[in-house]
Design a protein around this ligand. Structure first.
Ligand code: ZN
Length: 541
């Protein structure tokens, strides 16, 4: 097996990919090398920037340099001793139409120059195309993939099986299933470039996850043309392990300055929001005044620093189990990214399947967007599948979350405990206490120290969707359980009427008695007396 996973968070993974020129760590960014117009030498990319791998285009190499890369070997030709991936020219087909080279020719060429990771000559689907055309690209790519295994001669190269289908998700699924049956070591998602250029990150989420769900999960996935650091964390979180970026150089040529939160025109900047070795010593004004070639190199180098720094932050976030927090932060860079993040709610059950749910640190909950995170989905599923209330419990007492955690150690709860003492021995065990709390829903007292029910911080006041979510969880819980009575400690300030209304109507439908005590209505002494009275009444019946 050429790929091994070391750490995971969401669908992201830090992994080791073994190539014939050495082992590289993922998530990995391959800067695109265009030997015709390369602003930074490949050697410098490795020595100064720490890039372990680069990607170049076999089609362009063959057309422009013919046998020279074969004679010298690709690594010597580029002067790069890390891993070299080659693309086959598929993108050129997409942009310029037809390629005057056959699949057999381009496969043989990649074998002869000695690529470490190489790509078959797939047919990119493109973005605004008919279903009919998309189907043809998927079928032709599959036919070529099957053909390829009859003609390849080297086994030390990692071959990439591209998944096509564009925005036609049924075709993406079909393409992924069929490609996954073939013994490729790496897969790639084809033609997302135009989706990303038009900022349809929400469509990209569906495309990537459809591919992921239908490919062998243990194989690394390459996302072609995902070169902007702003969206790295989204792609990594969705399970993309490999990326290539031509953007660092293309943007530099157009005087565009990348940051992890978006792109600026150099002329718009008064200050550099970066302290890389380039930016630290110069001002934007000084860079604007440089000669064009010098300016381009400056920007290309800065852009690469930004990409590399963001990937390092993402890796650290994976290690710390805080990739979701990182993702939420980046999603605020652009509404299109935030839209994409909101889409993850639909895919919560798939993400939770592969994501660790116990972490080294607690989680931060900012808004209802966080309801899609695996810890929340995992808890909901576990409660549904495995939890049964204690057998002798007759009364469910629902207590609102407290600021202090675990809830049962909060001083508000101490007072309630005194009520239980006054009820006497014979009733201990008849009242079951559950907290209702964001973002998890119903938390039985006996579980409130289990991770992450006490290991999280929430932003207050809660938004509407979060309140509704918790209210729905309470409703589901009452429906499933068999209490005779439900007593709600109602906190209208924090929860409005949602929880109370749903509790009441569910109890009514189920024939369960319902009582509530408004904890903001009167002094705490009166509230406790009222609670004691209610409990006594129901327990003696
Ligand atoms: Zn910089």
């Amino acid at each position: 097996m050429s790929f091994e996973t070391k750490e995971k968070d969401l669908l992201a993974r830090i992994g080791k990919l073994k190539t014939k020129s050495g082992t590289v760590e993922t998530p990995l960014l391959f800067p695109v090398i265009n030997p015709n117009i390369q602003p930074i030498s490949p050697r410098k990319l490795k020595d100064d920037f720490g890039f372990e791998a680069v990607i170049t285009n076999a089609y362009i190499l063959k057309k422009r340099f013919q046998t020279k890369p074969i004679e010298q070997g690709l690594h010597k030709f580029l002067d790069f001793d890390g891993a070299v991936m080659t693309d086959s020219g598929a993108y050129q087909i997409l942009v310029y139409g037809g390629v005057e080279m056959s699949q057999a020719e381009i496969v043989e060429y990649q074998e002869r120059i000695g690529s470490d990771i190489a790509t078959i000559l797939d047919i990119p689907t493109g973005w605004k195309v008919t279903k009919n055309h998309a189907t043809k690209t998927v079928e032709e790519t599959l036919r070529r993939a099957k053909d390829f295994f009859k003609t390849k001669t080297r086994n030390d190269i990692l071959w990439v099986g591209p998944v096509q289908g564009g925005r036609h998700l049924d075709l993406v699924a079909k393409s992924a299933v069929e490609m996954g049956k073939l013994p490729f070591q790496v897969h790639a998602l084809g033609s997302p470039t135009e989706v990303m250029e038009s900022y349809r990150f929400d469509v990209l989420v569906d495309m990537i996850l459809t591919a992921k769900m239908n490919l062998p999960i243990e194989r690394p996935l390459h996302l072609f043309g995902a070169g902007h650091p702003m969206m790295f964390s989204l792609a990594v979180a969705l399970g993309c392990d490999l990326f290539d970026s031509a953007a660092y150089a293309l943007y530099a040529r157009e005087n565009r300055y990348m940051t992890e939160n978006g792109t600026w025109r150099l002329s718009e900047l008064d200050y550099f929001p970066c302290q890389c070795s380039k930016c630290a010593g110069e001002s934007p004004k000084e860079v604007v005044e440089k000669a064009p070639k010098e300016r381009e190199t400056f920007l290309a180098e800065h852009n690469l620093y930004v990409c590399q720094a963001e990937l390092k932050r993402i890796k650290q976030a994976i290690r710390d189990g805080r990739l979701w927090e990182h993702l939420e932060m980046r999603a605020h860079a652009h509404p299109a990214l935030f839209t994409a993040l909101k889409k993850l709610k639909k895919h919560g059950d798939f993400i939770v399947k592969y994501s660790p749910t116990v972490k080294r640190s607690g989680l931060f909950f900012f808004s209802s967007v966080g309801l899609a995170r695996p810890e929340v989905v995992h808890y909901r599923n576990r409660m549904l599948e495995r939890y049964c209330p204690p057998e002798n419990a007759r009364v469910l007492l629902l207590v609102p979350q407290t600021r202090k955690k675990p809830f049962h150690k909060a001083h508000e709860f101490n007072r309630i405990r005194q009520v239980f003492q006054r009820l006497g021995e014979e009733h201990s065990g008849s009242v079951h206490v559950c907290f209702y709390a964001a973002p998890f829903g119903v938390i039985p007292l006996e579980l409130d120290e289990v991770y992450p029910l006490s290991q999280h911080e929430i932003a207050l006041p809660l938004d509407r969707e979060t309140v509704d979510y918790v209210a729905d969880q309470v409703l589901d819980y009452i429906k499933r359980a068999h209490y005779e009575t439900v007593v709600l400690l109602h906190d209208p300030q924090q929860w409005g009427d949602s929880v109370k209304k749903l509790c009441k109507s569910t109890c009514l439908k189920k024939g369960v008695r319902f009582e509530h005590v408004n904890i903001k209505a009167e002094g705490s002494k009166n509230i406790l007396t009222r609670l004691e009275m209610i409990l006594k009444k129901h327990l003696s019946e």
